[in-house]
Design a protein around this ligand. Structure first.
Ligand code: SAM
Length: 253
């Protein structure tokens, strides 16, 4: 048995399989509509925490130029490049590309992975540095009212393809005074050809946010809060809304 507690280390190998039921095309429809609604029908996008590049490649197919920054080398190695989509390994707390973009995106709770105030302030500062005046910072995070109302529970997810069967157990530990939930994943993988099994664990610490908290961070870092809405539906956030999408606009200089 191999034990591994680093975030997105061993987990990355099975990421696309674990999320093959995630509707990246529908999410890209939503993101494109959001960008267009806020005046970005074309242009350069920077994807913070780009993972295996699924949003990036789909947005590139729709005419955007997308560059991804991703901390996990394994995720970067799995991200196929395509026309209009590139990515590199890097940390969104420290990255300095020396160029600006029309929008910075950070999708599927990447900002929630930044659990400390220092890390959050760094990410907001890096987003601002990489945006044109008036550019957008768009991200979805876990929403505190929903986390407290629904309380995360133990979940089991099973996925398989031609070569491997995966069982993932997610066991959350709630830290109410830190706005944080540590999700302890145990993943069992069985090679369908050889029958060999392996197991590993990873802890993903997740921070959740209220709208006033993001508004304060935005103001501190030179942004205006434009919208906070339910990711995908655009509904007003409520105790039923786990993922809230924020649109911030960099103050015009
Ligand atoms: C849930 S995945 C989302 C990946 C991708 N955005 C998607 O929608 O499939 C979160 C990703 O954020 C990355 N990440 C978390 N913190 C990061 C940081 N400080 N710098 C760069 N990447 C980070 C992780 O390595 C992981 O790939």
């Amino acid at each position: 048995m191999k034990k591994n507690d680093s975030v997105f280390n061993a987990y990355s190998r099975y990421y696309d399989l674990l999320y093959q039921d995630k509707d990246y095309v529908g999410e890209t429809d939503y993101l494109q509509a959001l960008l267009v609604r806020h005046g970005i029908a074309l242009g350069n996008l920077l994807d913070f925490g780009s993972g295996t590049g699924k949003h990036g490649r789909l947005l590139a197919e729709r005419g955007y130029q997308v560059h991804g920054i991703e901390r996990s080398a394994e995720m970067v190695s799995q991200a196929a490049l395509s026309v209009g989509f590139t990515c590199q390994q890097g940390d969104i707390c420290t990255v300095q590309l020396g160029r600006t973009f029309n929008a910075v995106l950070s999708l599927f709770h990447v900002v929630s992975y930044q659990v400390s105030n220092d890390a959050l302030l760094s990410v907001f500062a890096r987003a601002s540095e990489h945006l044109l005046s008036g550019g957008l910072f768009i991200f979805d995070v876990w929403y505190s009212p929903a986390v407290y109302a629904q309380r995360p529970e133990v979940r089991v997810k099973r996925m398989a393809d031609d070569s491997v069967e995966i069982t993932r157990i997610a066991e959350p530990v709630i830290y109410p005074n830190e706005n944080r939930v540590d999700v302890n994943y145990t993943v069992f993988a069985r090679d369908v050809v050889t029958g060999e099994s392996s197991e590993f664990t990873e802890t993903h610490p997740m921070r959740h946010f209220s709208i006033p908290e993001i508004d304060t961070l935005a103001t501190l870092c030179g942004f205006e809060l434009v919208t906070a809405e339910a990711f995908l539906t655009g509904d007003q956030p409520s105790e039923n809304t786990w993922g809230v999408c924020f649109v911030l606009r960099k103050n015009r200089s």
